[in-house]
Design a protein around this ligand. Structure first.
Ligand code: HSE
Length: 438
């Protein structure tokens, strides 16, 4: 029997506990399929007494990073603590100490990937990160291995389980935003700071990583046009439903002749599109490449058990030497690839949904149509609903859909609509995925 491979964990939250469970309760199955015997040696946590999803010998827990870093028996360190500062320090120290690293930390890789990967190369170690994008969906592996022969022109997907769960629950159960968010948190889908989920930040971190390996260029997180789901109301979801759309927080990376266009935005997707039917905490990603054409990946993108599946896959890959070979041989990571060039902001065109609350007085619709026309925006449909009868001063909701329009024209029009004297509640615009383009 091969010698055991020493593994230490940084963090033991929702994902860490499930990884520990797989390494202890499923050790025999893992040994049979991979030929690897893993030995869980240390778990670095802030508070060893905290109640966890699994009961482990207390001697495994430590609050001292040096115990883990100086442990000669630890060959692989798995970082699941999250955050960017302390996690980066620990990962760099682990690499320097001669350990390979596995991480699910998308924020760290999106913001400091170049530095982390370069440090690993310098130390002759590797970093594996399947769990950083789409939890349990083996997307990084599929792109790096299965799609390596392709030139990839577009990647679009639902990369955040929490926001997808919220949008799904609101529409299906007439649930409030706050209630749906609390449910997602209780199920362990949300980040420690759920603002990252609902603001689009988490999806943008993942898109930075995904765009990097698909477009083969080092992408800058700050170049992504990011909008969250905070301003979406139940009335938008029901109006979209009547128009034949589902609202999803959609992350898109597209290659154009004048550069990459990267965005994370609430987007209406025609219900005939496979992405429209991705519900709850599930993630899905469509990758379009040459020569393969369309591919589609689907699965649980959040939650301890699903994410642990990706972490343990990386663990086996690292233990048998695949991760190291891939890391050393393929030229896909931001410390190796050229810096991306970007399409000017707002140049991409698609239909839009615009909702605004107007005062119930003559000429309101006329003023709205005039503003849209002044920005060259052609109206496809317009619906004005009765104001709620119980409130005499309530705004009249008006919903417009447009023909394909450049994003920058819509933004300028929305600014002007906000300033109209007949506007009572501020407008929002939501792009509509144009199936012909996608
Ligand atoms: N908070 C993330 C999500 C979990 O909801 O998708 C994994 O990144």
């Amino acid at each position: 029997m091969n010698a055991p491979i020493g593994v230490s964990l940084i963090g033991c939250g929702a994902v860490g506990a499930q990884v520990a469970r797989m390494l202890t309760e499923h050790a025999d199955e893992l040994r049979q399929t991979s030929g690897c015997r893993f030995e869980l040696r240390n778990i670095l946590v802030r508070d060893p007494s905290r109640s966890r999803d699994i009961t482990l010998p207390s001697k495994l827990f430590t609050t001292h990073a040096t115990k883990l870093l100086a442990d000669a028996g630890t060959q692989i360190v798995i970082e699941l603590a999250g955050g960017t500062d302390h996690a980066k320090t620990l990962i760099l120290a682990a690499l320097l100490a001669g350990k390979d690293v596995i991480t699910a930390n998308k924020a760290l890789l999106a913001l400091h990937g170049r530095e982390v990967f370069a440090a690993a190369r310098k130390a002759g170690r590797c970093v594996a990160f399947e769990a950083s994008v789409c939890g349990g969906v083996p997307l990084i592996e599929a792109i790096r291995r299965g799609l390596i022969a392709n030139r990839i022109d577009a990647v679009m997907g639902i990369l955040n389980g929490t926001s997808n769960y919220i949008l799904t629950r609101m529409l299906e159960n007439n649930a409030s935003y706050a209630h749906a968010l609390a449910e997602a948190q209780a199920a362990g889908y949300a980040e420690a700071d759920p603002t990252l989920d609902v603001s689009g930040g988490d999806a943008a971190h993942k898109l930075t990583i995904l765009a990097g390996i698909t477009m083969r260029a080092a992408c800058d997180f700050n170049k992504i046009n990011v909008e969250g789901i905070e301003k979406i109301e139940l009335s938008d979801l029901t109006a979209g439903d009547q128009l034949g759309y589902r609202c999803k927080l959609l992350a898109i990376a597209r290659r154009f002749d004048d550069g990459l266009d990267l965005s994370v935005q609430p987007t209406f997707i025609p219900t005939t599109h496979p992405l429209a039917n991705v519900s709850g905490p599930f993630n899905a990603v469509s990758v379009y490449g040459h020569p393969i054409g369309h591919t589609f990946f689907y699965g649980r993108g959040a939650g301890g058990a699903a994410t642990a599946s990706a972490v343990v896959a990386d663990l086996v890959d690292t233990a048998i030497g695949n991760a190291r070979r891939t890391f050393e041989r393929l030229v896909l990571l931001p410390d190796q690839t050229p810096a991306a060039t970007y399409r000017p902001t707002g140049e991409t065109a698609c239909p839009h949904y615009i909702r605004v609350g107007l005062r119930d007085q003559p000429g309101g619709i006329g003023k709205l149509a005039t503003v849209l026309g002044s920005h060259g925006i052609s109206i496809a449909t317009i619906v004005q609903h009765e104001p709620p009868q119980s409130v005499s001063s309530a705004a009249v909701p008006v919903i417009v859909t447009t023909h394909p329009t450049k994003e920058r024209s819509v933004r300028a029009a929305v600014d002007d609509i906000t300033r109209m004297d007949v506007t009572q509640s501020p407008p929002i615009s939501i792009p509509v995925l144009d199936e012909r383009e996608s």
